[in-house]
Design a protein around this ligand. Sequence first.
Ligand code: ATP
Length: 337
Amino acid sequence: MIKTTSTSGVGITLENVSKSYNSSAPAAVDNFSMNINPGEFIMLVGPSGCGKTTTMKMINRIIEPTSGKIIIDGQDVLSLNPSFLRRNIGYVIQQIGLFPHMTIAENISVVPNLLGWSKDKTADRVEELLALVELDGGSFARRYPKELSGGQQQRVGVARALAADPPVMLMDEPFGATDPITREKLQLEFLRLQESMHKTIVFVTHDFDEALKLGDRIAVLSAGSQIVQFDTPANILSNPANEYVSSFIGQGAALKSLALIDVAQAKLLPASAATSSPHSVATFDNLRTALDRVVLAGGHPVAVLDEAERVVGAIGIEEISDALGADVRNLSPEKAV
Ligand code: ATP
């Protein structure tokens, strides 16, 4: 039985999964295997057409693999009935898919209604979710999707997917259609939510920067759904498996140093919101300015972080290393820059 409490994640295993839509075309997904730990936030990054969406749809059983096995919390996904999966797997897509003729409250209530929840329980949950995605007040519940901005609609999409508190979230370029500022806000909000939710998340993106900020681990895929590297953001940054992965990261010391800091910022800010520790947005802004200066002067990442430590006494290299899941002092200059 899939656990339905938000604190206990469930694991997902894909074993030699293939999918052919058409016998005369190459397989959309070819012999794909991956092990996702309970509560892990996994990013799938790869070129268009490499099979990311197909993989998500197979985990969700919207489509079935041609061969191979998908195990969710120890059970073959094909043995689980679709309504059970809808309840236990939240699905967010780029096109949002809100029903235009339904209010925001009705859109969020779709799964609770399918599950036969009482009116009161559903109304309470809608209120709770709107607050969670910062759409409380402003009569959002009674509005129709077209009366919301793209970013607000995307938040409703996230709220709707969270309605039955599923232990697994599949997110297929959920913020892809939003402008960079809204996207960054949604990313930070979602990271903050995940701090308390501990859900098992598979998140597809084209944006490597987004992958670095959000993921516990990133799977870099090549055409033909082959995993080129599957590792933590810090390890991928400091030790890309090959030229192909490097090309995703971008060239140059400054970019990589700043990417490291962006990852640290994304990881530390949610924690600071929860604990009111000193890592305020302003603190990070100061940090970023100081880093920009050192990077512009051609500084090495460790020098950048030393400068950061000097400027912002509250954030030490240890803490940033913790956030990154790697000791930044151990990144060799050749690898790190
Ligand atoms: P993108 O990043 O562009 O969204 P993707 O990595 O998610 O791409 P998929 O959408 O999974 O890739 O598609 C993988 C391959 O399968 C592509 O070659 C695509 O044309 C093909 N494909 C996807 N859906 C179907 C379908 N319903 N029928 C036939 N072929 C399909």
